[in-house]
Design a protein. Structure first.
Length: 456
């Protein structure tokens, strides 16, 4: 190992002293110390004290084929020995890059055939913003600059990613919301739906896009971006009426439609891409996470033939990263896709474990704390509510969701909470029995939360 063998307490001390963690309050970290995770196998993780956790989140929505895959480790080692690095700037390419680009073009639906590689979902979305601006300028419409996104959307954490996203706490960090990034109401029936049926509300939420386009002026709008199912913002599954209408509106005003598939892609919803599950035909797609199952950092923006044709006449594409198409990451992604195909993981999510997980998750609906259960495939969200009948949420300062997430860790399962929504995104290899454990544990956690917050 490249690191020394120390005690958990020693690592916690080093970590708290020197490591600024993403999305963490440093004061709380300094007080409580990080959980030091050392090993993974299948759906399980082990910490430095040997405690085992069932990972109901696949890391951060990414370890789709599960932990401890020797094949992937060997592929990484082989590629690193053969050619650990070379760039794609100097009219050069490596075999893994070329093969992966072709593989992605094959897998993605429709005319999405042109792949630009990055290292993270965030930088892929940055690439998309620059590319889309370049696209409109090349077409002689330089005024088309505004991106429309949604409240609660998550599109990454770079300056552009955070501006595309609809998280107020991220915009507040350093006051970093860029101008020209607009956020409309999300298709979040439980909170915004009022007395409407979900189907009617889906149309109203889509109408918010048209209203925003008209407010800004159609000639100023560059693109609309959305996750097919909103992930980190609370596993928000739009009503069936939503996406067809959004798509119709984008086409009507000639606005590019971008599907951010960073979570939904690579089998999570029971198809290779969430766009296929939700019936979306995007002009551009963002992919990352499941592309390599998190074994190596890699992302991509995938452009349609029509978009690419414009760029092809736009002169030098003055954009790129040192690690665009990193050979080790590309080789890992290729092998990861091969594993997914050999083990039929996408069909497994669609036909077997996905429906089973959804059924079990929905069995929590009768719990006094559960307002709504949402999800598709192996993506799940449990919205906690103080009053189910009136769809009244808890006072956010009570941090009911965080209580559940912490208790889950204590009990040896990992689920995530955003606001008071519990989120689930287990590895695609999870077994029926492991789903049972995940849901049984969640019920026990909800019981404890109901007691703690006096809901009966
Ligand atoms: C939909 C979506 N887009 C973009 C990102 C950003 O990806 P990364 O964290 O790799 O930058 C995420 C991360 O969770 C995401 O869920």
């Amino acid at each position: 190992m490249a690191y020394q063998n120390r005690s958990a307490a020693d690592w916690q001390r080093l970590d708290a002293r020197h490591h600024l963690h993403p999305f963490t309050d440093p004061a709380v970290l300094a007080r409580d110390g990080a959980r030091i995770l050392c090993k993974g196998d299948g759906v399980y993780l082990w910490d430095a004290d040997g405690k085992r956790y069932l990972d109901g989140m696949a890391g951060l929505w990414c370890v789709n084929v599960g932990y401890g895959r020797t094949r992937l480790a060997k592929t990484m080692a082989q590629q690193a020995e053969e050619l650990a690095y070379y760039n794609a700037f100097f009219m050069t390419a490596t075999p893994a890059q070329a093969e992966l680009a072709a593989r992605i073009a094959d897998l993605t639906p429709g005319a999405l055939n042109h792949v630009f590689f990055g290292n993270s979902g965030s930088d892929a979305n940055d690439s998309i913003v620059r590319t889309v601006w370049h696209y409109w300028r090349t077409l002689g419409q330089p005024k088309r600059r505004v991106f429309i996104s949604r409240v609660h959307a998550y599109h990454g954490s770079t300056l552009t990613g955070a501006s595309l996203g609809g998280w107020k706490n991220m915009h507040a960090l350093g006051d970093t919301l860029l101008p020209g990034f607009e956020h409309i109401m999300p298709p979040y029936w439980y909170v915004f739906g009022g007395d409407l049926t979900p189907a009617d509300f889906g149309l109203v939420a889509a109408e918010a896009l048209e209203k925003k386009i008209l407010e800004i002026g159609p000639d100023n709008v560059a693109a609309f971006i959305g996750e097919p199912v909103m992930g980190a913002g609370g596993v928000i599954v739009p009503p069936a009426t939503y996406w067809p209408e959004v798509q119709r509106i984008c086409r009507k005003y000639g606005i590019l439609l971008i599907a951010d598939e960073v979570i939904c892609g690579f089998g999570r919803t029971g198809e290779w891409f969430g766009s296929q599950t939700l019936g979306i035909a995007p002009d551009i797609m963002t992919i990352a996470k499941g592309l390599s199952s998190g074994y190596a950092p890699i992302s991509a923006m995938v452009l349609s033939d029509d978009v690419y044709r414009v760029l092809a006449n736009g002169g030098e594409f003055a954009h790129g990263y040192t690690y665009s198409g990193h050979p080790v990451s590309c080789a890992t992604a290729l092998e990861n896709i091969r594993i997914m195909e050999e083990e039929n993981l996408v069909a497994r999510v669609r036909d077997d474990i996905g429906p089973y997980f959804q059924l079990k998750l929905r069995s929590l609906s009768d719990h006094p704390l559960v307002g709504e259960v949402r999800g598709v495939g192996l993506l799940g969200g449990v919205e906690l509510a103080r009053n189910k009948a009136t769809r009244t949420l808890f006072d956010p300062t009570l941090k009911v969701g965080a209580f559940c997430m912490n208790l889950a860790f204590e009990r040896g399962v990992i689920i995530r909470a955003i606001r008071d929504v519990l989120e689930f995104s287990p590895p695609l290899i999870i077994t029926h029995q492991q789903v049972d454990t995940l849901i049984d544990e969640t019920r026990a956690i909800l019981d404890a939360a109901a007691q703690q917050f006096a809901v009966t």
